[in-house]
Design a protein. Structure first.
Length: 293
């Protein structure tokens, strides 16, 4: 599962990925964020992302760091990723001091925060679904707007922001709930850096780990035959050499029987078997050419 896979630039060319996409059998599903895709895959329409990310009992919400950009007539949400760990730790520490006795904040990953709370209803989409959207149009009902504003004020003018173009000056709350009693998915194992994906694997009783640097090591460590999921946060330049090329080679050699590339925000998945690779008339082309029009 690779969000943004079809949005990579056409250059440099990616021969292995382009061949896999060209020869695949393509199917459509609902266009959705990676978080919703994972929740649906594990049978959880109401995804308690906070508790799954925290990996702890109790009522939790995701409190993902965002940059709130003030424009002339609105405030725009900019989701943040790849935050510096020390920066994230400083901000989470400030929030814990401010909200001591009311809420606990944790950062299982620098760009994936959670907040404990008394149980309360909250319906809100993941932050990445609101990128570039007007904050005011998506605020949940009381008491959440007041809490979001208090968090914003607690982060305002923190000295750790100095020199940063996009400071984490707010959070977006979503994914409220407790750990699910049951979860199930079609895979035997899950490899991911995202604590939500790993939390879902734990809830379903699946083998789970962070992915190694390359597909060869990943294949060598799979716990037996069956279907296995490798979930990435986004497409990046190292995937071609480290993952797509060795997976294509493994498919050609018959070491794996089928490879499926899921692109959740495009609502597409590309399924390729060894026999599909013989469809030579399907010429490789840049990934963007496969995006929905």
């Amino acid at each position: 599962m690779v969000p943004g896979l079809l949005a990579v630039p056409p250059e440099p060319r990616r021969p292995a990925l382009e061949l896999l996409l060209a020869r695949a059998r393509v199917a459509r599903s609902d266009a959705e964020s990676a978080e919703r895709w994972l929740g649906r895959a594990f049978g959880l329409d109401d995804l308690p992302a906070g508790a799954l990310t925290a990996g702890a009992p109790g009522f939790w919400l995701r409190a993902d760091p965002v940059h709130l950009r003030v424009l002339r007539d609105r405030v725009v949400i900019v989701p943040l990723s790849a935050l510096d760990p020390a920066y994230a730790a400083a901000l989470v520490g400030a929030l814990n001091r401010h909200f001591a006795g009311r809420h606990e904040f944790r950062a299982p990953r620098p760009d994936r925060w959670v907040m404990s709370s008394a149980p309360a209803a909250l319906e809100a989409p993941p932050a990445r679904e609101l990128a570039g959207e007007d904050l005011g149009a998506h605020l949940p009902p009381a008491p959440w707007p007041a809490l979001l504003n208090e968090i914003q004020m607690a982060l305002h003018e923190h000295p750790a922001h100095a020199g940063r173009e996009l400071e984490a000056n707010g959070v977006w709350l979503w994914g409220a709930g407790e750990l699910p009693r049951t979860a199930a998915a079609p895979w035997r194992s899950v490899s991911a850096e995202d604590p939500l994906a790993l939390g879902l694997a734990r809830a379903a009783g699946l083998a789970h780990r962070t992915p190694p640097a390359a597909a060869g090591e990943w294949l060598a460590g799979l716990p037996g035959a069956g279907r296995h999921l490798a979930a990435f946060d986004a497409a990046h330049e190292t995937l071609e050499a480290a993952w797509f090329a060795p997976l294509l080679a493994a498919l050609k050699a018959g070491r794996i029987g089928m490879l499926t590339l899921h692109v959740p925000e495009a609502g597409l998945y590309f399924e390729t078997t060894r026999a599909d690779l013989r469809r030579f008339w399907r010429r490789p082309r840049p990934p963007g050419d496969h995006a929905p029009r």
